[in-house]
Design a protein around this ligand. Structure first.
Ligand code: NAD
Ligand code: MG
Length: 389
């Protein structure tokens, strides 16, 4: 590989998370290709400091303002600038000092800084699917207006993106989003009613942050990904088919108008889509383990059990209806998952909470950005009020 290219300057928003730490592994393995310009985290000050000392970024942001002093002091003898708070995240995202933003904050909190980055025409490597679920129309519109490329990091969407390289003029007939099925594949409602957080946090194929791990157990994750796919690839709801593929080897597929199907395969390891998004359009060598085609000998596909995992139906309803409904679904889901992780509600209660909130918040067909924020707030308040009762 030529050394004549300057290293890409990376801003990692959510650097202490599952995606963020794996991205730093990719950067560390390719120091000639990538340099770290910005690191941000919400509350894990110790890890953020450790990362800052190792990667020597220009800017660090700690979300929790109570931790500002500690982080500031850790970098007092260095050039690194330290900021704190939610607003700082947006201000830093708008700065002109980096080339690619890796959006790896979890949840609705990722939307505003990602929008700022897009508005300043930066390339966004998007892990934070909630950004597109909440306000996909506005986000994609702004990306076009500002010529800001959005490169998916979510493994399914990275797979589709990879299948579409060289196919710009060819129409997609359909995409197949694959789902592992999560830890409760094959289980029924009478089992799920008693499921506790620690059990739901055990994912068979992927090691991820707490929120997305619960979303994978309820199949909400696949619903959010259907909505994410709609916006990324400009699809109609009926062009998006979900299949449960428990081996997690085929990460998703594209079917073209001639019936030809392209799939992207590999072992389940998020470092691959992360590295692909950061290095795009190049592929860079690595020493990750390779998939042995003879093991497992069978790759299987089946319909998801939406009678049991009703979150997927709710997400499909939001996908079909559009407007602010996906935003409301997302907000209610964030409250539900948060409550479940704190043992405040049961596994199946999450679905009830989301459904009631979707029925409660008034529908807006073509929301403005402000109206999306309001719908998010309204949905959160209503969902939280249901838990207190
Ligand atoms: P995580 O919980 O492990 O990490 C989240 C990161 O965001 C942390 O650095 C945290 O400090 C930061 N953060 C949390 N709340 C914040 C807030 N309010 N403001 C600012 N920063 C905040 O999450 P993760 O598993 O790395 O997932 C990150 C995103 O990537 C999610 O949207 C998830 O859906 C998506 N994603 C993750 C995976 C995966 O394998 N982990 C795969 C596909 C997509
Ligand atoms: Mg995914």
């Amino acid at each position: 590989m030529s050394n004549s290219f300057p290293a890409k300057r990376i801003a990692i928003f959510g650097s202490t998370g599952s995606i963020g730490t794996q991205a730093l592994e990719v950067v560390a393995a390719n120091p000639e290709l990538f340099s770290v310009e910005i690191l941000t985290a919400q509350s894990n000050d110790s890890l953020l400091i450790q990362q800052g000392l190792k990667f020597n970024p220009n800017i660090i942001v700690i979300g929790d303002e109570r931790k500002y002093q500690k982080v500031k002091e850790a970098f007092s003898k260095m050039d690194t600038k330290v900021f704190a708070g939610e607003k700082a995240l947006e201000e830093v995202a708008a700065m002109n000092c980096y080339d690619i933003l890796l959006a790896a904050v979890v949840g609705f909190a990722g939307l505003k800084p990602t929008l700022k980055s897009i508005e300043s025409g930066k390339t966004v490597a998007l892990a934070n699917k909630e950004t597109l679920v909440v306000a996909g129309d506005i986000v994609m519109q702004k990306a076009v207006e500002n010529r800001a490329p959005i490169i998916p990091v979510d493994s399914e969407h990275s797979a589709i993106f990879q299948c579409l390289v060289g196919e710009t003029r060819n129409k997609i007939e359909k995409i197949y989003l694959t789902a592992s099925g999560g830890p409760f594949l094959g289980k029924k409602t009478n089992y799920l009613v008693n499921v506790k957080r620690d059990h739901a946090l055990q994912h068979p194929n992927w090691s991820m942050g707490a929120k997305i791990t619960i979303d994978s157990a309820t199949l909400m994750n696949k619903g959010l990904e259907m909505i994410e796919a709609k916006w990324l690839f400009n699809l109609k709801p009926d062009q998006i088919q979900v299949y449960v593929h428990p081996q997690s080897i085929i990460h998703s597929m594209v079917q073209f108008e001639d019936g030809s199907i392209k799939a992207q395969m590999g072992l389940p390891d998020m470092k691959l889509p992360i590295q692909y998004a950061l290095a795009f359009p190049q592929r860079i060598p690595n020493k990750f383990p390779r998939y042995d085609l003879k093991k497992p000998a069978q790759l299987t596909f089946e319909d998801p059990d939406t009678r049991t995992f009703r979150n997927l139906l709710l997400a499909q309803e939001a996908l079909n209806t559009g407007g602010n409904l996906p935003c409301v679904l997302n907000a209610a889901n964030e409250i539900a998952v948060f409550a479940f992780l704190r043992n405040r509600i049961g596994f199946l209660d999450m679905t009830d909470l989301i459904e009631k909130t979707m029925n409660h918040v008034h529908f807006i067909e073509k929301p403005t950005l402000e109206e999306y924020f309001d719908s998010d707030g309204e949905a959160r308040n209503f969902a939280a009020s249901l838990i207190k009762l």
